[in-house]
Design a protein around this ligand. Structure first.
Ligand SMILES: Cc1cc2nc3c(=O)[nH]c(=O)nc-3n(C[C@H](O)[C@H](O)[C@H](O)COP(=O)(O)OP(=O)(O)OC[C@H]3O[C@@H](n4cnc5c(N)ncnc54)[C@H](O)[C@@H]3O)c2cc1C
Length: 339
């Protein structure tokens, strides 16, 4: 089911524009090129640009919001975002939480407080839809550019080929107006879990796929029947999933994540009536909600043996992929940018 238009339309933040490099007689050389305008590519560009290091981001889309993915952003990510100057809007928009509860069927078996001390600037976690997290990073780039930070983002610029030379790489970039080539002293690959650059360079990605599927449903629900805590059920009595996870997000949206098994008919499971059947079993027949997103994911735990290959550095999902459960994907990628 497509992401709610209210999320998508606002987030077309860097539409394609022809660049001078496309008309240059010879490929232009850049000190740093970041491939991928996901959260990690933009965070990396901000970090470098704020230090005065010229950085060019190439992204094959024109903005953010390619689906509902991360929601939990950790204290450490907020601390890093604070250094970039954009933690404020994240914290203002995000739903703050420190507490979690774990249930077996209907019985609470464990609870935890991820930040039992007073006096910290940031909470253990905020819940914030990934498109908002990315939007605040891009908005900070725009501010930094206005203050002279040498950051450029080019939308609809897809890297199609890379040639690795001793002290630089040569990139072939596809645009709506044809291909062009540029040189990069340093290349940072933030091109996501499927990393085309990793494949182009023939590099490994070791680990395994977990044979299970998870159905996520983001629903808009005005009911206050759940507190602002992370709730997780093993074998819940509603039987809508082998396990179920519930998180509150901004805009009265809740993330429900059902473990539905490996061997499922995805098209069938994603039919609205079937998603609602699970939600109704969990929430009860009287709770009204609007379905704003649903999708099925499986997860892998993989990493590259080395993240640096000469003058090419891999970061974020391109370098390592983990299960969404520990909320470590984007959060660990933020630490890559910081490193
Ligand atoms: C259901 C789900 C829930 C999750 N929950 C959490 C959570 O709560 N907390 C958390 O920290 N993480 C979570 N994650 C993980 C998080 O979404 C990812 O770790 C994060 O998006 C990785 O960011 P990235 O910038 O490395 O890659 P991506 O976000 O995948 O961005 C890669 C970018 O590269 C671009 N690109 C790809 N190829 C090219 C090319 N050839 N040329 C130019 N551009 C290219 C893509 O278009 C994209 O814009 C979740 C993931 C899922 C699926």
């Amino acid at each position: 089911m497509p992401l709610d238009d209210r999320y998508r339309l606002a987030f077309r933040l860097y539409p394609y524009a022809r660049s001078a490099d496309q008309d240059a007689a010879a490929p232009v050389r850049h000190p740093v090129v970041v491939v991928g305008g996901g959260p990690i590519g933009i965070a990396t560009a901000l970090d470098l640009g704020l230090q005065g290091i010229p950085v060019l981001v190439l992204d094959d889309h024109e903005g953010i919001g390619q689906g509902s993915r991360a929601i939990c952003f950790a204290k450490r990510s907020l601390e890093i975002a604070h250094r970039y100057g954009c933690a404020g809007p994240m914290l203002d928009k995000g739903v703050v939480w420190n507490l979690g509860k774990v249930f077996y069927q209907d019985r609470k078996i464990y609870d935890f407080n991820l930040l039992p001390e007073e006096g910290h600037r940031f909470p253990a976690f905020i819940n914030l839809q990934q498109p908002y997290f990315e939007k605040f990073l891009v908005e900070r780039v725009r501010e930094a550019q206005a203050d002279g930070a040498p950051i450029e983002i080019r939308g609809k610029n897809r890297v199609e080929a890379v040639e690795v030379r001793g002290d630089h790489t040569i990139l072939t970039v596809a645009t709506p107006e044809g291909d062009y080539r540029i040189l990069a002293d340093w290349l940072i690959a933030c091109d996501g879990a499927g990393s085309p650059l990793r494949s182009m360079m023939g590099l490994n990605f070791e680990g395994r796929v977990f044979k299970d599927s998870f159905l996520i449903a983001d629903i808009r629900m005005l009911s206050e029947s759940f507190p602002t805590e992370r709730w997780f059920w093993f074998e819940p009595s509603h039987k809508a999933g082998a396990s179920t996870l519930l998180h509150k997000q901004p805009d009265d949206v809740w993330r429900v994540d059902f473990q539905i098994g490996w061997d499922v008919d995805r098209a069938e499971e994603l039919k609205e009536e079937n998603v609602r059947r699970r939600l109704d079993a969990m929430l009860g027949p009287d709770v009204e909600y609007e379905l704003v997103w649903s999708s099925i994911y499986t997860f892998q735990c993989r990493r590259m043996k080395a993240f640096r290959h000469g003058r090419v550095i891999f970061a974020g999902d391109a370098a390592h992929q983990v299960s969404p459960f520990g909320a470590r994907g984007a959060n660990s990628g933020m630490q890559d940018a910081d490193n």
